[in-house]
Write a protein that binds this ligand. Sequence first.
Ligand SMILES: [Zn+2]
Ligand SMILES: [Zn+2]
Length: 208
Amino acid sequence: MGDSTGPSSSVASLACDSPRGRNGHPGRTALVASSATGRPGMIVVAIIVLTCAVVMVFCAVDQRRRRVAERNWRTSMEPLLRNSSGYPADWQRRRALVWIRAHGRCELCLRRIGRLSCGHDEIWVLPPEEHLLFGAQVHHIQHRLRGGDHSMENLRLICDQCHAAEHPGNQNLRELAAASRAKASRRRGHRWGTATSGGVTQRRRWAH
Ligand SMILES: [Zn+2]
Ligand SMILES: [Zn+2]
């Protein structure tokens, strides 16, 4: 009854091109199968494209947020707090940045030290007081007692041993250095101690 030149005619021609059934009818099964596999495939592709777009937008916004936070810190917070009388509120952030700048090596003996508990970029979205650097110390090149400030230029990454040598009168740093040596020794699987026998100091080793 309908016009044979409309979309229904193209469907009919498709049906005619498809294999015929047992009774000679056009292959409806083939048509249904092709539409059934084509539509879900397009939906999956659309979902993937949409997901990629959302992820890209999210990453761009996140990167911008980090760049703005870094710029704000460098232009306002860092100069403002560098002359704090005690340790500044962003001291932990400064320590983490010093570690990154030094590529995780003591700037005196070049030994690898410390680790960060976050990715380099994450520093800017974490609170400035959050403790991020472990296993390394940060030293004021010009000591605080001699008027040195907390600016990044006056800070250097330093290991326990070198730090104790920089502050020979600091008992806490000496103890930290000794504890660090003992820990490193244990990690190697042996611990060295001293024992006095007959007035002669001997080195003694025992395995763990
Ligand atoms: Zn060192
Ligand atoms: Zn120091």
